[in-house]
Write a protein that binds this ligand. Structure first.
Ligand code: PMP
Length: 428
């Protein structure tokens, strides 16, 4: 494939945008090479500035669950735009999408819309702190909850330590209130709670992790977190920015029948426009201003174009009772196909899959936490990534990411992808 125009555009972008991108992973640092500049997308396909077509397995990192430029979403945005693009005043549309979201997700009475997943998680933690009158939170190594200060913390040498910031600009004062635990390790969480009695406001978790590849919770992990939270007056925050409206109508709460106290959303809920949201039962949500003392706000929150896109997306999912089953079947088919060809080519690998989330790891051991995810062979991943792009298949430019399957993918697309993987893995 030719990337002449992408290369030129990247060079121009680098002059005026740090690293040429508005979000770091887009710069292809982990895999090398030139970022692909997109011109348009439709259904399962991306079309780049050089005229190449790629089957898309990232789908804007999750939102495009029904494929790109999904007609009802596009139409809804066009119609709304004609009526004005922002008012900073209430609209009926906000109540409509809120009511629909509340009806689809278990265990929530009220929801507030923001502009990104980052804002959703940041606000959820502030709400939990205000509600419990405690300062500390527990997060898990390898889970990503956006780029706000409290979350940019990585593990120190021991598990039972205060976090150390992993980005300059995050103060030690902020970092000390974020405790780090190992994903899928309940004992580790228990130890942290014991050592910080009555100080922990919330445990925030990706109930199916998607930011170290796809890592489902082991049996009993989420149940255990629920019990520990209830027993210790801690709020359980499910970050369902990736999993919400993707793994089931009601997200992971529904899938595993576990109640969280606060749930964060992003990606699918905005239909591809900048939307996040957080939700909980009324008792907790009523702590937010203007009803309660916890302040949270946004000039563009509930923006009519974003709400129109989100509402059209949720309505489409609400009206299609087969959608999540169909996505799971497509993903399982892809998983089985990849497994077959990688085995036939003697590649060492592990595939993790749940619903429409899947990741391929170049390591023989089970991938259950950040440490095991990090053990994968990155050199093989680079060859895999560039090989697939050359075949017209786009996966995330990093081994730590999940692929998101869209309903727009046909079985022909999946077969094409499996054949491409067969071809590429012969060159390892
Ligand atoms: N939480 C999770 C689980 C995410 O995957 C992401 C983004 N990938 C975020 C939060 C942050 O969302 P945003 O990029 O919209 O700020």
């Amino acid at each position: 494939m030719i990337y002449q125009r992408s290369s030129q555009l990247f060079a121009e972008a680098e002059k005026v945008i740090p690293g040429g991108v508005n979000s770091p992973v887009r710069a292809f640092k982990a895999v090398g090479g030139t970022p692909i500049f997109v011109k348009s997308a439709k259904g399962a396909y991306l079309y780049d500035e050089d005229g190449n077509r790629l089957i898309d397995y990232i789908n804007s990192w999750g939102p495009m669950i029904l494929g790109h430029a999904y007609e009802p979403v596009v139409e809804a945005v066009i119609e709304k735009a004609k009526l004005g693009t922002s008012f900073g005043m209430p609209t009926e549309l906000e109540t409509q999408i809120a009511a629909l979201a509340v009806s689809m997700v278990p265990n929530i009475d009220k929801i507030r819309f923001v502009n990104s997943g980052t804002e959703a998680c940041m606000s959820a933690v502030r709400l939990a702190r205000g509600f419990t009158k405690r300062d500390k939170i527990i997060k898990f190594a390898g889970c990503y909850h956006g780029h706000s200060d409290s979350f940019l913390i990585q593990a120190g040498s021991g598990a039972v330590t205060f976090g150390t910031p992993n980005s300059p600009g995050v103060t030690a004062g902020t970092a000390k209130d974020t405790l780090l635990a190992k994903y899928n390790d309940l004992e580790n969480v228990k130890t942290l709670i014991e050592a910080n009695k009555n100080e922990i406001a919330a445990i925030i978790v990706e109930p199916v992790a998607g930011n170290m590849g796809c890592i489902p919770p082991v049996k009993g992990f989420l149940e255990g977190l629920r019990e520990l939270c209830t027993a210790n007056g801690i709020l359980l925050i499910f970050d369902e920015v990736m999993t919400g409206f993707r793994l089931a109508r009601g997200g992971v709460q529904e899938l595993f029948n576990i109640d969280a106290d606060i749930v964060c959303f992003g990606k699918v809920i905005g239909g591809g426009l900048p939307v996040g949201a957080f939700a909980a039962r009324a008792e907790i949500m009523n702590f937010l201003a203007p009803l309660g003392p916890v302040y949270q706000a946004g000039t563009l929150s509930g923006n009519p174009l974003a709400m129109a896109a989100g509402l059209a997306m949720l309505q489409a999912l609400d009206n299609d009772r087969e959608i999540f089953k169909r996505l799971e079947e497509k993903t399982a088919y892809l998983s089985a196909g990849i497994e077959k060809v990688l085995k036939a080519n003697n590649v060492v690998f592990t595939i993790n899959q749940i619903g429409s989330m899947i990741s391929v790891h170049f390591d023989a051991n089970p991938v259950t936490d950040f440490q095991s995810a990090a053990a994968g062979d990155n050199e093989t991943f680079k060859k895999f990534f560039h090989g697939l792009v050359a075949e017209g298949v786009y996966i995330a430019p990093s081994a730590y990411e999940t692929w998101f399957i869209t309903d727009a993918l046909t079985y022909e697309d999946l077969d094409f992808t499996i054949q491409a993987i067969d071809k590429v893995s012969k060159t390892f």
